[in-house]
Design a protein around this ligand. Structure first.
Ligand code: HPA
Length: 182
C-alpha cells in the first residue's frame, strides 16, 4: 500500500477513510455491529516504514499517539447518533493472519486491551500518518473471535457476517464522508 497511499497524498488527498472486517472480543459487540477505531495494537510488530517506504530521514519516527483523528472520530460519532446507528469506539488489534487466532491468543489480546481483531487497517494507518493524512477507520464485526462462540471460523462465515451489517455500514459511511469538511 505504500505507493498507493503516497500517490493519493501527492494528488492532494487529506483524509483516509478506512473500512475493515473484524472479529469481536467484546460480548456487547455482536456480528453486524460497527466499531470506530480509536486506537490500535500492532500485535504483528511489523512496520511498513521499514526499508525504502520509510525513507532514511527522521520523518519515519511517526507519532501515533493520535493516529485516529480525534476531530474526525467526534464527527463520525455525531453522524451515527443522528442516523440512529449504534457506533462504539474501541481498540483494533492487528494480526498478520491469514489463519484465525486461537482461543488462547484471543484471551491474551483481550487482556492487552483489544476490542476487535483483524488483518488490515494498521499498516495503512501508519503509512497514512507518515504521509500526513488524517485517518478515520470503521470496523464491521463479522464474527465473534475464536473461542467466544461455538461457530467454526472461516472466510465464508466472515463474509456472511459482513452481509448482516453491510447496509448499515454503507449508510453510515456515506453520511460520514458527506460530513467531512471540504
Ligand atoms: N480474526 C482476524 N481477522 C478477522 C476476523 C477474526 O476473527 N474476522 C474478520 N477479520
Amino acid at each position: 500500500m505504500a505507493g498507493a497511499i503516497r500517490s493519493l497524498a501527492a494528488a492532494g488527498l487529506r483524509v483516509l477513510v478506512q473500512t475493515s472486517a473484524a472479529g469481536s472480543l467484546d460480548e456487547a459487540l455482536r456480528p453486524g455491529a460497527l466499531m470506530l477505531v480509536a486506537d490500535h495494537l500492532n500485535i504483528a510488530q511489523r512496520s511498513p516504514l521499514v526499508g525504502a517506504a520509510g525513507g532514511a530521514d527522521e520523518r519515519r519516527f511517526v507519532d501515533l499517539s493520535r493516529a485516529y483523528d480525534p476531530a474526525l472520530r467526534a464527527q463520525a460519532l455525531a453522524v451515527a447518533h443522528r442516523l440512529g446507528i449504534a457506533l462504539r469506539e474501541g481498540v483494533y488489534a492487528w494480526v498478520l493472519g491469514p489463519q484465525f487466532e486461537t482461543p488462547a491468543e484471543i484471551r491474551w489480546l483481550r487482556g492487552a486491551g483489544a476490542t476487535v481483531v483483524g488483518m488490515s487497517t494498521v499498516p495503512e494507518t501508519i503509512l497514512a500518518r507518515h504521509a500526513g493524512l488524517r485517518v478515520l477507520a470503521l470496523s464491521l464485526v463479522t464474527n465473534m473471535a475464536a473461542g467466544l462462540s461455538d461457530e467454526t471460523l472461516s472466510h465464508a462465515h466472515t463474509l456472511a457476517g459482513a452481509q448482516a451489517g453491510g447496509e448499515r455500514a454503507q449508510r453510515l459511511l456515506e453520511a460520514v464522508v458527506g460530513a467531512l469538511e471540504p
